[in-house]
Write a protein that binds this ligand. Structure first.
Ligand code: NAD
Length: 336
């Protein structure tokens, strides 16, 4: 496997994955196809932009011509990160989620099939399983029951990936990961929002009672898992990825405040989001036993590293938090 197409490689996880692949497989060529939406940022990749094994192509995954122009150069595998990824935005306007996440995936699958691509890996999410009660874990056989337009569109994409395997025999995999955090995380998501708001002396908006539970994984551990699935997995299989780090949202907020030595009085409870899933938790036994994956970060070491990264990379997030982001933030949380 030599030339890999990574779609959505200018986003949070995609940019970490591009960097991981160039370091872990120095003989590979990596092509990053990204439409550069509000979430795509080439500054995430500035350090590797001149690497001769890396190429960036601006293009939309829903545009078959643009996708074909890249794949027909002889791509051996596709890893699809490109998506609209923010639940709140999907509640505001679901249509772009269906277009990018469902139609975009179908276009990629079709071009993969027509051009003889050897492996297609779909990066999906645990949100396709819906919400859990206080007990239990999502396994790969948990029924799909998405609750938001975002997770419904990701589920639609997963089902198309499955269908291309069953119908056309395309060599596919789906990975379903829990919530990621780490460097280059767009500050509309909980952890970077909290860190950057604290550093700016702003209030921290917390939805509802803050007792929603998420299972957190450092992005570097997610990238290593995807690399393993890409190279070692069985065709057609789904792999859950998670680090057994169940934490309430309010616990996350308080941990970051402690880490930065700031008071809890910065917390501001705001109206809960509609259809807010109460708890997600992943059973990652399959990838651990079949592929020997295990996370290197604990939640505590991962959060500490992440806070440090945001402290050391102020210019990056201050840039991201200017312009259109301000309008979005004020619409969601008011002028705080
Ligand atoms: P992100 O929003 O940071 O990045 C998405 C990237 O896709 C951006 O660079 C954007 O420009 C690009 N993109 C959007 N529409 C496109 C289009 N039509 N054509 C080409 N590029 C397009 O997202 P992320 O948090 O890095 O998530 C990446 C993937 O991982 C998504 O598929 C998401 O569903 C999945 N995922 C994310 C998490 C998480 O915690 N962030 C957890 C599990 C799974």
């Amino acid at each position: 496997m030599k030339r890999i197409l990574i779609t959505g490689g200018a986003g949070f996880i995609g940019s970490n994955f591009v960097r991981h692949m160039l370091a872990a497989h120095p003989d590979y060529e990596i092509i990053n196809l990204d439409a550069l939406t509000y979430a795509g940022n080439l500054e995430n990749l500035q350090d590797i932009s001149k690497n001769p094994h890396y190429a960036f192509v601006k293009g939309d995954i829903t545009d078959g011509g643009a996708v074909n122009a890249v794949i027909s150069q002889g791509v051996e595998a596709i890893v699809n990160f490109a998506a609209e990824s923010h639940v709140d935005r999907s509640i505001e306007d679901p249509s772009i989620f269906v277009k990018t996440n469902v139609l975009g995936t179908q276009v990629l699958l079709d071009e993969a099939r027509k051009n003889g691509v050897k492996k297609y890996l779909q990066v999906s999410t645990d949100e396709v399983y819906g919400a859990l009660g206080p007990e239990g874990l999502f396994s790969e056989t948990t029924p799909l029951a998405p609750n938001s337009p975002y997770s419904a569109s990701k589920t639609g994409a997963d089902l198309l990936v499955r269908a291309y395997h069953e119908t056309y025999g395309l060599n596919v995999n789906i990975t379903r990961c829990s919530n990621n955090y780490g460097p280059y995380h767009f500050p509309e998501k909980l952890i970077p929002l909290v860190i950057t708001n604290v550093l700016e002396g702003k209030e921290i908006p917390v939805y509802g009672d803050g007792l929603q539970i998420r299972d957190w994984l450092h992005v570097a551990d997610h990238c290593r898992a995807i690399d393993l699935v890409l190279h070692e997995s069985r065709s057609g299989e789904v792999y859950n990825i998670g680090g057994n780090n169940e934490r309430t949202n309010i616990h996350i907020v308080k941990t970051i405040l402690q880490e930065l030595g700031k008071p809890e009085s910065l917390i501001k409870y705001v109206k809960d989001r509609p259809g807010h899933d109460r708890r997600y938790a992943i059973d990652a036994t399959k990838i651990r036993t079949e592929l020997g994956w295990q996370p290197e970060y604990t939640f505590e070491t991962g959060i500490r590293d992440t806070v440090k990264w945001y402290l050391e990379n102020k210019a990056w997030w201050q840039n991201v938090k200017s312009g259109d982001y301000i309008k979005y933030y004020e619409k969601m949380y008011g002028n705080r």
